[in-house]
Unconditional design. Structure first.
Length: 552
């Protein structure tokens, strides 16, 4: 970490207005062909700088309102309707500030977007890439300009699915008959919609890649372990979020009861939750217990749910611990070198007002995340010798390894055990243009190859940055890497391998080979050397949590 550059860092907390006008700048004026789907006859538009058509805001489920709030989504079926698919979909209701979408939001949000080469016909049988956005399962949406498919659908169909987030997507409270996973079921219904409808756009439903980042990768990594996964996808690409343990509905009760409590609803009254205004839901989420300390993905966080809004083992949709099952389809699994810098440096400016966290803050951080194992962690990685005495560096590195890299490592191991081919990467390149929401160009040097850095490369987004219409253009080398990465993601959909020349070696535990994306694509060792230690910590904390919660 370059501490001397840290004063440059600033995360723009004020909401940047990504107005409709920005998105429509991509749209141009021409209309695209009409496509017949179960949702209706969709009339899209043409991307302004590429030969690609877009179809925005196609309904794939009935509006999840009234009795369908906190309920599985129901398929939308209205094949006779004519849909003007040129207006971006609203994001689902956002539950949080940082990285929340600034476009319109609505509880009526179960739409998906499709991009297809203008030349595609129902006979094209093109590979299909289906995207799940990140945002902690609390925020995010398909109309975010960074997820624009106008640059990555030259050789494939790109689909992006809105799914419910926050309590609307993940609240699980068995007392109220709520088994959670509504966001997961939205994603599954979206994938079924792709199976039923994508051929009309020129896609081949047998060649679907599910790719996602952060919570989108967490969710996708779970979907890829379900028995029905091979019918819905040929492959997965899991960027910075795969391989985390999840809990049962019963184990999530303590944490989600905090939400019910903040709603002022009684335990048995589902109608109270169903009739509440979304502002009430948002206020209740904001009133749930929170900490200003950095939290890692360990069994002690958020009363054992780990990530606050999480898929759960419900015995129906998700029957078993996904990390034990492992993915059932060939997958890419990777992370960035400095995943943790984004959150740690955001806290640095907000919570710590530009000061390094004190030694006592650091002790609190260790205790919060590792409980009785804090000393073991502290002794294995002494602050002075491991992190040069920097509490910020220590928090960043632990966040990077515990929450992202070593979770991915466990998912790689589970796949290897099952005999499912997997490929690993480490994204080590620092983008030369800002690429996402509130990240300012000024802060990029302090952030390094942080969480989300690989997204523009996967989306082949190389100019007009930051999206939608900035003035920064990627270097030639970055453009080349973008073309390669987006092509390899397409290859996964097309063939179930990232490249047909075997340049990218499949991952095995003895060699740990993969690709390091730095200034170019380098084949080499992907470093998971601390992950055996963190794996033990994960197991031991799970065990400790089980022993504690059995007394509750
Ligand atoms: C949609 O409705 C049509 C006509 O009622 C029916 O044939 C078709 O199976 C339905 N499709 C779905 C996905 O429900
Ligand atoms: C679709 O909606 C856009 C934006 O509101 C409008 O400009 C366009 O005329 C509409 N197209 C049709 C065919 O109604
Ligand atoms: C990426 O963009 C380049 C042009 O900049 C284009 O030639 C290439 O086909 C695109 N790749 C994909 C996968 O869309
Ligand atoms: C619950 O009650 C408290 C105390 O009266 C109030 O401050 C809070 O706004 C209420 N929450 C909701 C979601 O209505
Ligand atoms: C839930 O976690 C909070 C914060 O860590 C803690 O204060 C509270 O006691 C926990 N609740 C239970 C029932 O364990
Ligand atoms: C970590 O080690 C330092 C130095 O020995 C010590 O001062 C600190 O209290 C320890 N913290 C924890 C949580 O064990
Ligand atoms: C450790 O910190 C010292 C003093 O700030 C600095 O001179 C040195 O370069 C740092 N070493 C590393 C490896 O970051
Ligand atoms: C590019 O955009 C930034 C941010 O809007 C602005 O500060 C800068 O002056 C622009 N640079 C050029 C060369 O137009």
């Amino acid at each position: 970490m370059r501490l001397n550059q840290m004063h440059l860092f600033s995360l723009r907390m004020s909401l940047r207005s990504i107005a409709l006008g920005g998105l429509l700048a991509f749209a141009g004026l021409a209309e695209s062909k009409a496509v017949k789907t179960h949702s209706g006859i969709v009339h899209g538009g043409q991307c302004s700088t590429t030969d690609i058509d877009y179809f925005y805001s196609i309904p794939y489920a009935k509006p999840p309102l009234g009795e369908l709030r906190f309920a599985p989504p129901e398929p939308y079926n209205n094949s006779g309707r004519v849909i003007n698919a040129t207006t971006p979909a609203p994001a689902c209701i956002q539950f949080g500030e940082l990285f929340a979408e600034t476009t319109a939001t609505s509880e009526d949000c179960l739409f998906l977007d499709v991009w297809a080469p203008a030349s595609a016909t129902p006979k094209s049988n093109l590979p299909v890439k289906v995207w799940l956005y990140g945002g902690s399962n609390a925020v995010g949406g398909i109309s975010d300009p960074t997820y624009n498919g106008c640059f990555s659908a030259a050789d494939s169909i790109v689909v992006s699915i809105n799914y419910r987030v926050g309590p609307l997507g993940y609240l699980a409270l068995s007392d109220l008959g709520l088994t959670g996973n509504y966001g997961i079921m939205d994603q599954l219904l979206g994938l079924r919609w792709v199976q039923d409808n994508i051929a009309a756009f020129g896609g081949d439903p047998r060649k679907v890649l599910l790719f996602g980042q952060s919570a989108g990768a967490l969710d996708a990594s779970i979907l890829a372990t379900l028995p029905e996964a091979p019918q819905l996808m040929r492959a997965a690409a899991l960027e910075s979020g795969a391989g985390r343990d999840i809990v049962t509905v019963a184990d999530a009760k303590v944490w989600y009861s905090e939400f019910l409590y903040a709603m002022n609803c009684t335990k048995q009254d589902l109608s109270c939750l169903r009739s509440a205004h979304v502002d009430g839901l948002r206020a209740a989420v904001a009133a749930m217990p929170s900490t200003s300390l950095i939290t890692l993905n360990t069994a002690l966080v958020n009363n054992g749910t780990r990530i606050a809004w999480t898929p759960v083992i419900d015995g129906k949709v998700i029957k078993d611990q996904p990390t034990t099952i492992g993915v059932r389809v060939p997958s890419i699994l990777g992370s960035t070198t400095r995943e943790g810098s984004l959150l740690v440096l955001a806290s640095y400016t907000t919570t710590w007002k530009g000061e390094a966290p004190s030694l006592s803050d650091y002790d609190d951080f260790l205790t919060l995340n590792f409980g009785p194992l804090a000393t073991r962690v502290n002794e294995t990685f002494p602050l002075a010798s491991t992190f040069n005495g920097s509490t910020l560096t220590a928090m960043e590195v632990m966040l990077t390894q515990v929450t992202y890299q070593c979770s991915s490592y466990r998912a790689l191991q589970a796949a290897e055990k099952k005999g499912i081919p997997v490929w690993s990467y480490r994204f080590a390149h620092v983008p030369s243009c800002a690429w996402l929401g509130p990240i300012e160009a000024d802060s990029i040097p302090s952030l390094g190859a942080t969480h989300t850095s690989e997204i523009p490369f996967v989306f082949n987004f190389t100019s007009s940055m930051p999206p939608p219409n900035g003035n920064c253009t990627f270097s030639k080398a970055e453009q080349t890497m973008s073309h390669e990465m987006s092509r390899m993601w397409t290859n996964m959909a097309q063939m179930g391998v990232p490249d047909d020349t075997n340049t990218w070696p499949a991952w095995t535990s003895d060699e740990s080979k993969g690709v390091v994306f730095s200034d170019a694509m380098d084949v080499g060792v992907v470093d998971y050397s601390t992950c055996d230690f963190w794996g033990e910590i994960n197991e031991d904390l799970n065990e400790y949590w089980r022993s504690q919660s059995s007394h509750v």
